[in-house]
Design a protein around this ligand. Sequence first.
Ligand SMILES: O=P(O)(O)OC[C@H]1O[C@H](OP(=O)(O)OP(=O)(O)O)[C@H](O)[C@@H]1O
Ligand SMILES: O=c1cc[nH]c(=O)[nH]1
Ligand SMILES: [Mg+2]
Length: 217
Amino acid sequence: MPAPHEIPAGLDVTVVDHPLAASRLSTMRDARTDNAAFRAALRELTLMLIYEASRTLATEKHPIHTPVARTSAIRLANPPLLVPVLRAGLGMADQAHALIPESQMGFVGLARDEETLLPTPYMESLPESLAGRPVYVLDPMLATGGSMVHTIELLKARGATDVTAICALAAPEGLVTLAESGLGVRVVTASVDERLNDSGYIVPGLGDAGDRQFGAV
Ligand SMILES: O=P(O)(O)OC[C@H]1O[C@H](OP(=O)(O)OP(=O)(O)O)[C@H](O)[C@@H]1O
Ligand SMILES: O=c1cc[nH]c(=O)[nH]1
Ligand SMILES: [Mg+2]
């Protein structure tokens, strides 16, 4: 578990502290893990992160008949919009959708400039209005936080008020950026790591999550 000082006051951060999550994250961290095994571990970890994040989703009751009796069933009242951030977030999209098949999916494409560490947008496909809809942003890495802030600003511009960032890993610096942005996002992650290095990579981290899944560009 992270020390409390690593999580800025006022930011809602859930760290999924579970042996299965830790084991999948360890596979992803290991430099010997090949692309296919990395993708498989990220898919499995995504199930756990979404399971935890979705604990607070609103439900509604409706009447059904079992083979034996009449009873009341539960369904999601307002399924979240899933928004993978390309490329790396694509590896979370299928599993998140498998767990919440009622969800609609939007897409944001960003590439971080490795000199300035600022995100360069190249794609955006989102519903016109997000008012009243929960949104889950899927991106394995929260490093400086620049890519997540950019994505949340796109969502807020369309009326979103209930945004959750689902990340495999978060750097303390990225959490501070989110807290200081005042965007009011909730974070669900499997780990808050130590820090960023001089190149903006998370330490110990897992390297470039896009390259580890799909190969270097
Ligand atoms: O918090 P930040 O400092 O903004 O860094 C995090 C971003 O970096 C990675 O994407 P990248 O830009 O490498 O693109 P890729 O997914 O195509 O590899 C990652 O998936 C995040 O989107
Ligand atoms: O460590 C990092 C930081 C940003 N993006 C990544 O993919 N990895
Ligand atoms: Mg990358």
